[in-house]
Each structure stands twice: as structure tokens, then as C-alpha cells.
Design a protein around this ligand. Sequence first.
Ligand SMILES: Nc1ncnc2c1ncn2[C@@H]1O[C@H](COP(=O)(O)OP(=O)(O)OP(=O)(O)O)[C@@H](O)[C@H]1O
Length: 264
Amino acid sequence: MLELSNVSKLFNPGSADEKIALIGINLNLKPGDFVTVIGSNGAGKSTLMNIISGVMTPDAGEVRIGGEVIHHLPEYERSRWIGRVFQDPMAGTAPRMTIEENLAMAYARGKKRGLGFGVTAARRKLFLEQLQRLGIGLEGRLRAKVGTLSGGERQALSLLMATFTKPQILLLDEHTAALDPARAELITRLTEDIVREMKLTTLMVTHNMEQAIRLGNRLIMMDKGRIILDVSEERKKDLTALQLLGEFEQISGSKLSDDRVVLG
Ligand SMILES: Nc1ncnc2c1ncn2[C@@H]1O[C@H](COP(=O)(O)OP(=O)(O)OP(=O)(O)O)[C@@H](O)[C@H]1O
């Protein structure tokens, strides 16, 4: 479903600031895979997400979705296939627009222009049903400006918007990291429900080791631009955060340097 072959990215090549962000990344996600990604500071996790979503283009290698090469396409064109939720709850929604207008935008994503961004009666019914699924009362606030929602509510809406049109790939970029523990738990539960119900192929970056182990069917660990560990669902079942840190040290030869790491 998602295939990265030999993907590399270098920043500021040839200058004193040269940074290798990704080196020869090979990653293949099967339909319905839910892969969690952890790693040290500067390991390349954000660059990986940016290259998949089209914020950046790779210097070398290929990115394919459903067999189609997509790494040359701009971000807006890839949004037909890719949904993304960011760490910052402000990033995925338009604060001055209402909840229903935001949902109408998400609904129109990737569709032909003629179909419009409007909120019709039929669409409003669909939006209500979808908001009800979240179970946090947003269905009663369709005409509220999104800027008036709490961080957790906005992140729930971002998640709904990112998955509204059943993307082929869902990218979750530390999407619970900026929330307090109760709200982070809520968004994690919603994520699990939506991914399971829609059978979404998902890649999730997290700094929470316990979350990385518990969620999904595969875990990858990155360091210095490479994938250094790829843990299957079977192995993940009995793994603890401490064991994972131990494995990281053994393979990379140094301790995991992540100033935001949470063991669980
Ligand atoms: N736009 C940029 N210009 C120059 N260097 C960059 C840029 N973006 C990332 N880098 C560098 O590329 C490397 C990988 O960065 P990236 O942000 O992908 O890591 P990360 O794993 O997401 O890190 P963190 O967990 O600390 O956010 C780092 O050395 C970083 O400093």
C-alpha cells in the first residue's frame, strides 16, 4: 500500500550545516498495517512524514502509494490519498470557520472543483452522524467557530477531518503529544476506533514508548536517518519499554537521546 524504496534526504548539502536526515529508507506497509515509529532526537521521523505527505521531496529513492509513484506530486494532490494529523491542534483546522465548514472542506478534499465546499442539508446530516461517533458533544456545536474549541476537541475534529474520506494512508505526527493525559487518552482511543473501523493503513510517530508498543501491529525505531529496528506484532506483544530501550542501545551503540520520551 505504502512503499518507500531507498529514500534519502540531505539538508544544506555541501555546506557546514549539512544534515543527513534520511539514508536509504526502505519501508513497505501492507493494507491495514498500523505502524508506530519511535526514535531519538533528529532521527528523521518528521522528515519521513514530510516526504510521504509531500511537504518535501526526497533527494533519492521512490515513494509509492497503491503501486503509483507519488513523490514528485505536490502536497495538495497527495491529499486525495493521505490524511495527516499534526502535534499542534491548531494545525489541522481553520479556526475562523465553523465546525461544519471545516468538515465541508475535508469532505471536498481531492474531489472535483464543481462539487463545491458548501454545507448542504444532506452533508449536514452526514457531519452530524460523524461527529456523534466521536462521543464528545461536538454534534451540538456544528456552527461554533473551531477557534473556540479546546485542544482535545480540535484534535478530535482534526482526526475526523483527516479520515473523513477514508484516506489510503493516515499519518499521525505525535498527535497526542501536546494534550494533557486525559485528552491524550481520549484521542488515542478515538484513533484506535477509527483506524480499526475504517481499516486504515497508518503510520504514527510517538514519543510514548508504551503507546508505541500497545498500538498497531508493527513498531519501527529510527536513529540517525535509518530504521534500526523493525518489531513484528508477535514480538511486540511481550515487549516492555525498558527492553525496547535496551535493544536501541545495543543496536545504535548509544542511549536513546529523546528529550520528550515517555516510558508509559
Ligand atoms: N528544514 C531543515 N533544514 C535543515 N535541517 C533539517 C531540516 N529539517 C530537519 N533537519 C535536520 O534533519 C535531521 C532529521 O530531523 P527530523 O526533524 O526529521 O528528526 P525527528 O526524528 O523528527 O526529530 P525530533 O524527534 O527531535 O523532532 C535533524 O538533524 C534535523 O536537524
